[in-house]
Design a protein around this ligand. Structure first.
Ligand code: GLC
Length: 743
């Protein structure tokens, strides 16, 4: 009996082993990714390696059918999953199952200064992408807000590298927890849309490392799986294949192990694409073939032209293997990960998330006389004025445009919230952009209106003058030059005659609230005539609900500005000493040199250095309650650069309602060998406090928070000497500071 059992056991073991051996390593989910990548690579032909390093359609790249390795599918964008497009075109494919929840623009997320909200954002977007079978989301974007004219600032996270870095990482982690890769963009120095394909950025290493790279580096250190090369040039090389930024810094200094994906049409040369860090090419329109020609993909720079060079012995396959390895690694982290969740689409949870992100990101800029929150006792009359109260904002703006399942407009949100409590009347006030279509997605709105500005203002004033509240909803609207990809704004001013309208409304009703919807700072010549001003960003599907909940006080606003609102353009470094939009070369190359002469002095760093009073400072945002800051203390007044200095400060809610406060920590280096900003953000915490409640907030300052980049040494260094830790409610509202010394 025993013999029989052991015989049977050995058979079953052998059977199990052969069964086990039947699954090759590259398909064996129990094996480490690196082993699977190498095994897959060892089985692939040169042609198959070439096939996976360039697009096969507008948004996908080939797998290896022979080996059962699936295709890789990418899609835009940072605020929601783009609808399906045709195989070769930008135009929509007209599917009926690809509507999405449109989440708020990333400026709103940055304005929340809430890491948990950022994680929720990424997780929710990743679930939508996963459900739509997308393996890479082409976002988020963290290009620094150098000029308020940049058409795509609404897709990015503000002017400060520390805030952008800390806020983008949770989004990426949330997104990638679904087995969907983030594709951080646009790497790097893509800080304006005008001349975006031809701008050659000239910037010193100090500004590059201290301002423009940190958010990307933090994401790489935190494990972002892919990065998108930018369109522009640096040191005369396009950023999609750039020796300095991609090879030396990203893959060399930072050890990035993911894939570099070109921007669509960002690849220009096979030799450079082979040697300068590009891993997978998308969206090129090749020489000799027009846009979208179906066989164009074989003519991509990393397709047949590359294979020909290999076959002719002009280039080896070392670079090809490295590209294929990185693309395979991206595939094993996503489409080849058999354990990733299944995602969900347009769920109530995603609607709730979109609304919460908006509510946390809305910034109360001014509230003189506590006009807000609206007092709804008695039956009030509320006049809502402005095109942005009704205009759909999720369509348009460039590649981040979406086919939203729904979009609650500010007027919808207010009507719903005030039903039975107030009479809501609407007047257009101004006519801005009456189109409502992008790549075949239409809003279905007919905004045509041929009245004159005078007639429009007269109607608005008539509606407003006897109202209890006048809610003006204006701003920008993602039309060309109004916060839109591939076009910058012409100036800081509000378009469409809105300033005149706001002045006319202020003249007839003191209870005027201006809700500015934009992704950029705007000039406010009427700022002293309007008691309440709300910065509401582009808020997506739940925008109207988020705005109504804040205006009525259901939600106590807690957002703070992630960028300076300058009083005028000349108060901005890029427009004072910096070059914008740059100087065209006259060598027939079409290249435009743009020199960032302001160096590290971007945003509040510029305003502080030049003692400029902004319209509203970086980090500013009010609440319906008040917060008192006690005295900041430090655990040691002297230490070495390797010590950790702990700052503590009690913060009390001294008002009569619960609220959230973003406590900010800035560090000043008082004795420096190189010029440094007056202060730099090095910490922030968003706390919730009941009336009367006090919380002691602590921050830790370590070497990284004290360092600056010494370009000569090509290293981060700390100058010993006196420093100050400043704690405040904004960059210009410092409540307490404490000195300490670094030996
Ligand atoms: C666009 C944008 C990029 C986008 C890509 C695909 O031109 O620059 O952000 O992800 O092409 O639409």
């Amino acid at each position: 009996m025993k013999k029989l059992t052991s015989l049977l056991l050995s058979f079953s073991f052998a059977a199990a082993m052969t069964a086990q051996a039947a699954v090759p390593v590259y398909l064996d989910r129990t094996k480490p990714i690196e082993d699977r990548v190498e095994d897959a690579l060892s089985r692939m032909t040169t042609e198959e390696k070439i096939a996976i390093i360039h697009a096969q359609s507008k948004f996908s790249s080939a797998g290896v059918p022979r080996l059962g390795i699936p295709e890789l599918w990418t899609d835009d964008g940072p605020h929601g999953v783009r609808p399906e497009v045709l195989w070769d075109e930008w135009d929509q494919a007209g599917w009926t199952n690809d509507s999405c929840i449109a989440f708020p623009a990333l400026t709103a997320l940055a304005a929340s200064w809430d890491r948990d909200i950022s994680r929720l954002y990424g997780k929710s977007l990743g679930e939508e992408a996963r459900y739509r079978k997308k393996d890479v989301i082409l976002g988020p974007g963290v290009n620094i807000y150098r000029t308020p004219l940049n058409g795509r600032n609404f897709e990015y996270m503000g002017e400060d590298p520390y805030l952008a870095a800390k806020m983008v990482v949770p989004y990426i982690k949330g997104l990638q927890s679904n087995g969907v890769a983030a594709c951080l963009k646009h790497f790097a120095l893509n800080n304006n849309e005008v001349n975006r394909h031809t701008s050659n950025v000239i910037v010193d290493d100090r500004a590059l490392y201290e301002i423009y790279l940190p958010a990307f580096k933090e994401a790489v250190d935190s494990g972002v799986w892919s990065i998108m090369g930018a369109y522009n040039l640096y040191k005369d090389q396009h950023l999609c294949h750039n020796q300095y930024i991609l090879n030396d810094i990203l893959k060399g200094e930072w050890g990035f192990d993911g894939a570099v994906i070109s921007d669509w049409g960002g690849t220009h040369d096979t030799e450079q694409a082979i040697h300068n860090g590009l891993d997978i090419e998308f969206g090129s329109w090749t020489n000799g073939l027009s846009q979208g020609t179906s066989n164009a993909y074989d003519n991509y720079y990393l397709a047949m032209p590359y294979l020909k060079l290999i076959k002719a012995g002009k280039v080896g396959t070392k670079e090809l293997d490295e590209k294929a390895r990185r693309v395979l690694r991206l595939m094993y982290r996503t489409v080849m990960d058999g354990n990733r969740p299944y995602g969900s689409l347009c769920s109530p949870e995603h609607s709730d998330a979109a609304r919460r992100i908006g509510q946390e990101g809305i910034v109360l800029l001014a509230n003189r006389g506590n006009v807000l929150p609206m007092k709804l006792d008695g039956h009030k009359k509320v006049a809502v004025i402005g095109e942005n109260a009704i205009k759909m904002m999720t369509v348009g703006g460039g590649s981040s445009s979406l086919k939203a399942k729904y979009e609650i407009s500010p007027l919808d949100g207010l009507r719903k919230r005030l039903a039975g409590k107030a009479d809501v009347v609407y007047a257009r006030g101004y006519v801005g952009d009456t189109t409502g279509e992008y790549n075949g997605v239409t809003t279905g709105q007919n905004l045509a209106d041929d009245r004159t500005p005078e007639e429009l203002i007269a109607e608005a004033v008539a509606v407003a003058k006897d109202a209890d509240y006048v809610i003006f909803v204006g701003g920008l609207n993602k039309d060309n030059h109004q916060d839109c990809e591939d076009s910058d704004r012409a100036g800081l001013e509000l378009p469409y005659n809105q300033d005149a309208l706001i002045e006319a409304l202020a003249a007839v009703n003191p209870n005027l609230v201006v809700v500015n919807i934009s992704g950029n700072a705007v000039a406010m010549p009427w700022v002293d005539k309007v008691p309440a001003i709300v910065q509401a960003w582009f808020l997506g599907s739940e925008g109207g609900n988020a705005i109504a909940s804040v205006l009525t006080g259901d939600v106590n606003p807690s957002g703070k500005l992630p960028m300076t609102f300058p009083a005028r353009l000349s108060d901005v470094g890029a427009h004072s000493v910096g070059q914008y939009p740059g100087t065209p070369r006259n060598d027939g190359s079409k290249i435009v040199d743009i020199e960032y002469r302001e160096g590290i002095f971007v945003g509040y760093r510029w305003a502080d250095k030049n003692k400029i009073q902004p319209l509203f400072p970086f980090g500013h945002g009010l609440s319906y309650t008040t917060f008192d800051y006690g005295k900041a203390t430090i655990d040691k007044t002297e230490g070495t650069a390797d010590d950790v200095f702990t700052i503590s400060i009690p913060v009390t809610n001294t008002g009569d309602r619960a609220g959230r406060e973003i406590v900010q920590l800035y560090v000043s280096d008082l004795k420096t060998t190189l010029p440094r900003p007056v202060k730099e953000l090095k910490g922030f915490k968003k706390i919730s406090l009941e009336p009367g409640q006090t919380e002691t907030v602590t921050f830790e300052i370590s070497r990284g928070d004290l360092s600056y980049f010494d370009a000569d040494k090509h290293a981060w260094v700390v100058d010993p000497g006196k420093f100050e830790a400043l704690v405040g409610a904004s960059s210009r509202d410092i409540r307490s500071k404490v000195a300490f010394k670094v030996k």
